[in-house]
Write a protein that binds this ligand. Structure first.
Ligand SMILES: O=P(O)(O)OC[C@H]1O[C@](O)(CO)[C@@H](O)[C@@H]1O
Length: 528
């Protein structure tokens, strides 16, 4: 297609939302009218099912749950007055709590005000708050946030060391919908231990955000924690940014959560329109389907040309891959669905992997995210009539063009600026696009059965570790790995036992390994 035809295609397919100052350009996806026609029945179904979901249908049948993240930003849509009340009350409670923390009315026992937050959570209980903090937190927030989103002792130390002198004024948010996920539980215990080491009383500085009646909820209530906020049963982890999970940390950092909710509500309204060309989420889902042939054959590379949106691709990774990455469709057929997502930011990534994108294996499509406003205030000129922002903008256009010329398709999302309203809108846009795509490919986008397998296997390893340690202590003599496995009743688990022992040995955990480490079968193990 020549430049004139492309310009026409751009205009034919441009979606623009005036209220949000939001543009979606899918003109550089090479679908034709016949493809669009063929997708119409799928979209009819998607619009209908999405309306049912918003109306309170059990859209996650495996877990017998409603899917209600859309109600969080428009409580009038909630299917019952009780749910509506719950949403409104939680929001008011978050605002009242935040105001009191900021004013010092709610304060830690040994300091005049809270200065910092440690937010402990993983997956959907971390990625949204992390993305939003990076995108929107002011340079000097009322409370500075630090995330523990893993069970890595060195990572936890790094945060605790930085906060050593400020633990007395640090508020701890423990975020877990289930209240039983091991990583946040471990993080919480590590932080509690650090508080105890400084003779600080943990409960008056701790807040739980969790499902009603969960283990964490019970603990917070029985120990008299500072407060608890609910995570509703009908909100999934990866769509929880606009629930207390995302709103509490955002509000505490001074981010305008009402604006985030308003932006999401506006985008929800736009993506509720049952017409493909007038619905930006449907246009995204159409493009994803086209790119990967409805089978995820191409990866989604997300490249925001704005530093503050760095974590958007990481956030989308969970939203898209945990939602769409499914072995079976809704009829039980094996389909192995999904779309792989990666990316960081432009133009930075142009000097990392864009070489391969341009010239290498064509197994992806791109999503450029362009932000029109360069900065608040004026820019100095780097060269006559050229600013750094002009360069960034030029790099985006240039890369889009160079990739297209080499048959690499792309979507471009353009927004006026990165502010709470727009971040809310972007989250809402992708939540809906994922929902539509899930319906198009007939999978349940709201469960995550695959994650359970890894969790169960990890629990088995930890049980095996306990068994092995017990045998070693009882034996009191050096054993080969095979002997130890036999005595532990796990003859088929020699490799797992070897890895457990190697880790314990490296950490001086009462286990000595001797022999040739290049030939693990020769190793002898004893208790120290
Ligand atoms: O909030 P929770 O219950 O601790 O779960 C954390 C994450 O773990 C998962 O259940 C599985 O990874 C995610 O869906 C969820 O966001």
């Amino acid at each position: 297609m020549d430049a004139v035809a492309l310009w026409q295609r751009y205009q034919d397919w441009l979606y623009y939302h005036e209220g949000l100052e939001f543009y979606l350009d899918i003109s550089r996806m090479r679908f034709d009218d016949e493809f669009v026609q063929s997708m119409q029945p799928g979209f009819e179904k998607a619009f209908k099912e999405m309306a049912e979901l918003e109306g309170g249908a059990i859209a996650n049948p495996d877990e017998n749950r409603m899917v209600g993240h859309y109600w969080l930003r428009d409580p009038d849509l909630a299917p019952t007055p009780e749910i509506k009340q719950q949403i409104v009350k939680t929001l008011e409670k978050i605002e009242a709590f935040t105001q009191k923390v900021h004013s010092g009315e709610i304060k830690p026992p040994n300091a005049p005000k809270f200065t910092d937050i440690i937010s402990i959570g993983i997956g959907g209980s971390a990625l949204g708050p992390e993305f939003v903090a990076e995108a929107l937190a002011p340079d000097f927030p009322p409370l500075a946030i630090h995330f523990i989103d893993n069970s890595d002792p060195a990572g936890i130390d790094s945060i605790l060391n930085k906060l050593k002198d400020r633990l007395a004024s640090t508020l701890v948010l423990v975020i877990s919908k289930s209240g039983g996920t091991p990583e946040p539980r471990n993080g919480m215990i590590e932080v509690q231990t650090a508080y105890a080491a400084q003779n600080l009383n943990f409960p008056p500085q701790a807040v739980a955000i969790t499902g009603d009646g969960s283990k964490l909820d019970q603990q917070a209530k029985s120990e008299g924690w500072l407060d608890t906020f609910p995570m509703e049963d009908w909100v999934g982890g990866r769509t929880s940014e606009m629930s207390a999970v995302g709103l509490v940390p955002a509000a505490l950092q001074g981010i305008d959560i009402r604006a985030m909710l308003a932006g999401a509500k506006e985008m929800d309204a736009a993506t509720r329109i049952p017409k493909l060309k007038e619905n930006p989420a449907a246009l995204l889902a159409l493009s994803w389907y086209f790119a990967g042939n409805g089978k995820g054959e191409k990866d989604m590379v997300v490249l925001p040309y704005k530093d503050s949106l760095l974590l958007f691709s990481r956030y989308l990774q969970q939203l898209v891959m945990e939602s769409l990455g499914k072995e079976r469709d809704k009829d039980g057929n094996i389909v192995h669905q999904g779309i792989a997502v990666y990316g960081n930011k432009g133009s930075t990534d142009q000097h990392a992997y864009v070489q391969q994108l341009r010239d290498g294996v064509p197994n992806f499509f791109l999503t450029f995210i362009e932000v029109l406003r360069d900065r608040s205030g004026n820019s100095p000129e780097i060269e006559p009539s050229v600013t750094s922002g002009d360069y960034l903008s030029g790099f985006l256009q240039g890369t889009r063009q160079a990739l297209y010329e080499n048959h690499r398709d792309s979507i471009t999302v353009t927004i006026g600026q990165v502010n709470p309203r727009m971040v809310g809108a972007l989250i809402a846009l992708y939540e809906r696009a994922v929902g539509f795509y899930g319906i198009l490919v007939n999978i349940n986008a709201y469960h995550q059965p695959g994650v359970e397998a890894g969790k169960k296997a990890a629990a088995t390893i930890l049980d095996l570790q306990k068994q092995v340690l017990q045998v070693l202590q009882e034996e009191g003599t050096a054993l080969s790995l095979t002997q130890l496995a036999q005595k532990a009743g796990a003859s088929d688990q020699v490799e797992a036992i070897y890895k457990i022992l190697r880790h314990l040995h490296a950490n001086h955990r009462g286990v000595a390994l001797e022999g040739n480490f290049a030939k693990p079968a020769t190793l002898m193990v004893s208790a120290t």
